[in-house]
Design a protein around this ligand. Sequence first.
Ligand code: ATP
Ligand code: MG
Length: 656
Amino acid sequence: MAAETTSVPSSFTSSLREDRIFPPPAEFASQASIRSREQYDALYRRSIEDSDAFWAEQAQLLDWFQPFHTVLEWNVPHAKWFTGGTLNLCYNAVDRHAKGARASKTALIWEGEPGEVRSLTYEELHIEVQRFANVLKNLGVKKGDRVAIYMGVSPEIVLAVLACARLGAVHNVVFGGFAAHALADRMADSECRVLITQDAGFRRGQEVPLKSIADEAVERTPGVEHVLVYRRCGREVPMKEGRDHWLHEELAKVSSECPAEPMDSEDPLFILYTSGTTGKPKGLVHTTAGYGLGTMLTSKYIFDLQEQDVYWCTADVGWITGHSYVVYGPLLNGATALLYEGAPNWPEVDRFWDIVDRHKVSIFYTAPTAIRAFMKWGAEHVRKHSLSTLRLLGTVGEPINPEAWMWYHREIGHERCPIVDTWWQTETGSIMIAPIPGAVATKPGSATLPFFGVLPEIVTKEGEPVPPGHGGLLVIRKPWPAMARTIYGNPDRYQAAYWSEIPGSYFTGDGARRDEDGYFWLMGRVDDVLNVSGHRLGTMEIESALVAHTKVTEAAIVGRPDDLKGEGIVAFVSVVDGTEVDKSLADELKKFVAKEIGALARPDEIRFTQALPKTRSGKIMRRLLRELAATGDVKGDTTTLEDFSVVAKLKEKDEE
Ligand code: ATP
Ligand code: MG
């Protein structure tokens, strides 16, 4: 079967120059769990050279019902980790903290968009999750069943996820911003029997009618037998007799004791669909022990979790970041995690910073798209808040432009907080490349060095290593515990998409380069690469040059067929509010790019736009822009697009 990626380039031309370097702040490093580069290097070396011993040791961080006998069985591309072992991740995330010194420690702090606050200790979480699991049990949910979850962010979604894990049911969380057909497709593809949803959720002051969207989806998905409904907003919703059940009514009927099901290490934990940035979403399957260990260990070391931290990852639970770093990673470590239901700009654009100060957040993890939005809204809104409790910042989802990195460092981190730029994917389950903050010096725009046990390499499409400074394909040479095991119901697609391009290696679909210090720089998706006069250019570097211009807040680069050069460069650009956009600004930007990174990268055309088309998780969808630039129309899959009006507006402009 042919690989899914059509035009994989052999290598990339790289032109970004970034010399700034930020050593771990001394005060941070002195208290960190890994506090020197030597310590990181030694652990990393051992994790690669003696990986079975390393992982066997780390696996003791989990509580096992029955110990494993084999660390890894590896038959490319099929990995089995920790075979023979049994455990339960809900037990690991909740029960074991609910008994000891952490029983009265806050596990979750939740803030609703209208402003109400609720928190649960580990002891309370323990009781609530058992009750929730008993409700699911009464609906006939048992080990191996698939359960769809379509909710907003609240303690209830965490309980829903953990209750599934407790029973051994496979959760399939679908982001609450998706439309009925997207929910229906995902429920049908993963063969769900039960759906957990809520009456409605709050978003930007509006009520999102989740239950009625879910009703529409369930109408199209005959396999769904039960719908469990959490009452969040108190909204009147039709309840279908025999099928729909109010959560609070069901909770009133059950006991608060429900033992955690012993699961085999390789039993599936969840199915999750990718963001769909490059095409049709894939339902990745993650299993129990490897995923649990991967998320626990990365959270512990990359976020340097300490007992007193208040940790906030702003991702929705519906994305992999929410699974790994809102739910599993922090709770497996017994941390205090903050959840926020709503939008960052409601009621005002400083809502996040207000939350950070009020709840004394110390670790903050968000996406470049959010950082660029805060930049656009202006630093004056941030400066109204002290942010003095913050000690570590993180970013994930897209390459972060050095300009945005510097802004984050200055305005949010007050030049005191290390920034961890974390590269990973739905498929990888946990973070793969990121600095260990007390040990590794950071460079704006680089995800720096691999996590323990991760062996990334930059290669040509023939699989040959690419020398430092040159771009190529990012592959992973060794299996790691949290890797996805397959695509649900489609093992051939799993093999074709990830394991056929470079035989024996995991193909990430991303382009990257490594610098002289061994640092990794993500250059964009291989599908988005341009071929200009025989040079393969990644999108990231040209976009970063544009974003470095004071008037530009966001940019997307795509290629357009060009008789002379092979491809011409089209830049879609949004500018700081109030900037006049005209031909002279376009000329200025073209010159600016040529000066910053070379004439080769000079855009042939600049198109100004209010907004760029993005996925619902905030990633720029260049494939739609590419289609638009080439044909003036968009016919590709737009089901995961956030706001279709952005594309409609761009098309209108095209027709002018
Ligand atoms: P699809 O696979 O359906 O196109 P997607 O790749 O956007 O969707 P995710 O798994 O959510 O789905 O995203 C992973 C991708 O996000 C990575 O392959 C990479 O392109 C990008 N990414 C994530 N974090 C970073 C980062 N820190 N730096 C650069 N790129 C990142
Ligand atoms: Mg992807």
